[in-house]
Design a protein around this ligand. Sequence first.
Ligand code: OAD
Length: 233
Amino acid sequence: MTDSLNIVILTGAGISAESGIKTFRDTGGLWETHAIEDVATPEAYARDPKLVQHFYNLRRAALKEVEPNAAHIALGRLQAEHKGRVTIVTQNVDDLHERGGAKDVIHMHGELLSCLCSACGWRWNHSDDVSVEDKCPACQTVGGPRPDIVWFGEMPYEMGRIEEAVRGCDLFVSIGTSGAVYPAAGFVQMARSLGKQTLELNLEASEGSHFFHESRLGPAGTLVPEWVDEVLT
Ligand code: OAD
């Protein structure tokens, strides 16, 4: 039975922590040193686009210094070898799932290696710094390019596809997320209300731990490869 399960996996910052990318809400996390309202809202960008571009330029550059860890690689292997469908939905804006071998990843909060034109909505791959003097390659608006990050108050990407995947899955797994940010934090309740099995893999009990049938606590770099081995054998 397990070899044909359809699985939806939601990941958060905890899966990239062992690669050296800071989480948001742990001790020393990003939101301890930067206020959300200064760098992660449309209002912050309207007020001080240079500061916001700088914040994301640093994070984009930092991606070049890190590598996928055993958890990303195990999920890449699961997507390649499992007979059922494996849908990976990530809140992370890094590209470590892809570099770990995953072929199809839904980045519901956007991507650091992508730009979005605030004038015409065009999105394109971009791996270098972005400045407020840059032009959109599609509509040529100067200052159009902004980080392709879903900020607080904006609608996450691909919600329809995510809901469809949860409806069609047998098992919903959450990895390395605090369960503090909706709508992602509500996926487990959606899965439960549809009668799906649910599993959490996290360093510590998350805010929504009690919603899961099973919660395994420990580092993703250990727990995820162990769980993937279980599914594949
Ligand atoms: P958080 O920083 O809120 O939570 C990270 C979770 O990962 C915590 O529950 C940690 O216990 C866990 N964790 C830390 N290290 C781990 C490890 N090695 N292995 C397993 N788990 C570990 O990050 P997210 O839940 O991803 O949104 O945050 C959700 C959203 O809030 C982000 O996408 C971002 C942020 O504001 C936007 O910027 C729109």
